[in-house]
Write a protein that binds this ligand. Sequence first.
Ligand code: G6P
Length: 367
Amino acid sequence: SAAEKGGYEHFMQKEMYEQPKAVTDTLNPRLKGSRIEIEELGMTDEEIRAVRKIFIVACGSAYHTGVTAKYVFEGLARIPVEVDLASEFRYRDPILEEGTLVIIVSQSGETADSLAALREAKARGCRVLGIVNVVGSSIAREADNVMYTWAGPEIAVATTKAYSTQLIAEYLLALKFAHVRGRINDEELAGYIRDLQLLPQQIEMLLNNKEKIQKFANRYIAAKDVFFIGRGIDYAISLEGSLKLKEISYIHSEAYAAGELKHGTISLIEEGTLVAAVLTQEDLYKKMISNMVEVKTRGAFILAVTNADNVEVEKSADYVIYIPKNNKYFTNSLAVIPLQLFGYYVAIGKGCDVDKPRNLAKSVTVE
Ligand code: G6P
């Protein structure tokens, strides 16, 4: 009903606008001054130091947050991370050695494949941590430990706020592990925490600048294919941007690691094909620009999503969306906002049922 939507047109829209609060609610209970305390992790510092490998296992968008988390964990804590789709992990006889921590990420806590992966990992003697949104759900109950995301109920099939809070939980874990394992000192940790605390207001700012994206989206309601490209963390954002667009607008889209373009996607570029290029990683700007030029010379129209200070990009892109400056590890939380808005506005422009896209379910409890 209209009342349930709190004045918004769709649940997806309402939930996008709830992101600043959801992020704050997930972040704040774990911050103690300039320290991170995750009591529910149930691990002593010694146990954290004994972890030799992490598996992040999930489905859909939750899996995409795992792809981001791999870069963050490996970059900050220097622990090898493997990210796996739950439906693959459970059947591939994964190598789970002593010292392996398995993290299952799930909004609903009921996804059949994720639950089966959890059971497999436990049966094989691994410690399992759940990152779950629904309190008391199956994954929350069966995991050894559970870290809740405090996004509140999510109704729209396409996840937005749960996704954003999953990222926060993963950043907190990566920072905690990095600090305990001596990879970052107290001062560095305090700096990262300050950056995390900037996120809610920066997300809010991006949500309030929706007109620019709405106008742009209206030009693409008849698009046949859209490509999303990025490198590193920006590749992970591209995966999510592409999924958001295709699941609700039914426009075919693909995410490609930008360096991989010339091994495939580039043959699909035609005059006017939209390519969304995400470039938030300063050390990869140059590489990204050269990939953008590659597609532009084949006729692509380029939408760039980049950091506020990267005005240089205007030379190679046709349309630019800036995100406020934050730490390089946390840019996904910002860059995803314009991509969510883009998918949303393309879908409503086409008259699609954004909250209940055809053939999809909010929670997939069957195989
Ligand atoms: C479904 C939803 C997705 C979600 C995925 C995993 O496919 O439509 O939005 O990412 O399931 O769900 P979970 O509840 O485990 O996060």
